[in-house]
Design a protein around this ligand. Structure first.
Ligand code: SAM
Length: 229
């Protein structure tokens, strides 16, 4: 059992659920279902009303690097179904939170939701207008649907990360922070070379709730130095 300083505990379950292989269901989706059933973070997210197991990732990242503070302006890129936005809304009462996704997302109190593609520049103006200023924090958990082909998945995730970086470079407030899902290996060093001069401190965080076998990790950059305007 692990206990977070949010006062929320994550308990393991001893009994494993076995998923019967249904006709027409591929063995990989059966494995996915089996993993979901036996995952402590899935069940605790459900009990606490979080829409996704991903909520734990932001909770654990925030415990490590202390990002979210009341009064901040936050943008959540790739927000659906809304776990990160729920966590942000719990921790930021007197700020502004804007969530953006290609997919429709159910409302969350205190969060303005836009449906659209982050690479669409027209969306930037809407987001900044809604925030009434530059964001203090830009979060990106964006991911393309995985293909199972490691290199393809890596490249597609890094393209989305690049889009989030571009958004951050154009809009982040001075001193602001940027968090993005990245896949380890490959193009990661190019990204670091680009971001190093722009931030005071950059580190990678792999929250416990991120599956060990996943190449996913989170880049956390603090203290934005350059603002082109
Ligand atoms: N952080 C979310 C949560 O806590 O519920 C989970 C995010 S999910 C892993 C990744 C999301 O990125 C998907 O909902 C997907 O639609 C979104 N996404 C992928 N490409 C995008 C794009 N170009 N613009 C906006 N959202 C995108």
């Amino acid at each position: 059992m692990t206990k977070s300083n949010t006062g929320r505990s994550v308990e393991g379950r001893n009994k494993k659920t076995r998923v019967k292989t249904a006709r027409g269901r591929s063995s990989s989706s059966t494995r996915w279902l089996q993993r979901q059933f036996n995952d402590q973070y899935v069940s605790r997210a459900k009990q606490l009303g979080y829409r996704s197991r991903a909520a734990w990732k932001l909770i654990q990242i925030d415990e490590k690097v202390k990002l979210l503070k009341d009064g901040q302006r936050v943008v959540d890129l790739g927000s659906a179904p809304g776990g990160w936005a729920q966590v942000a809304a719990e921790r930021i009462k007197n700020g502004k939170i804007v969530a953006v996704d290609l997919l429709e997302m159910d409302p969350i109190q205190g969060v303005s939701i836009f449906r659209g593609d982050v690479t669409d520049q027209n969306l930037d103006r809407l987001i900044i207008t809604e925030l009434q200023g530059r964001p203090d924090i830009i979060l990106s958990d964006m991911a393309a649907p995985t293909t199972g082909h490691r290199q393809t998945d890596h490249l597609r995730t890094m393209v989305l990360c690049e889009a989030a970086v571009q958004f951050a470079i154009e809009h982040l407030s001075l001193g602001g922070s940027f968090v993005s899902k990245v896949f380890q290996g490959g193009t990661q060093s190019d990204l670091l070379a680009k971001l190093n001069p722009l931030f005071d401190k950059i580190r990678h965080v792999k929250p416990d709730s991120s599956r060990k076998e996943s190449p996913e990790t989170y880049l956390v950059a603090k203290g934005f130095r350059k603002n082109p305007n």
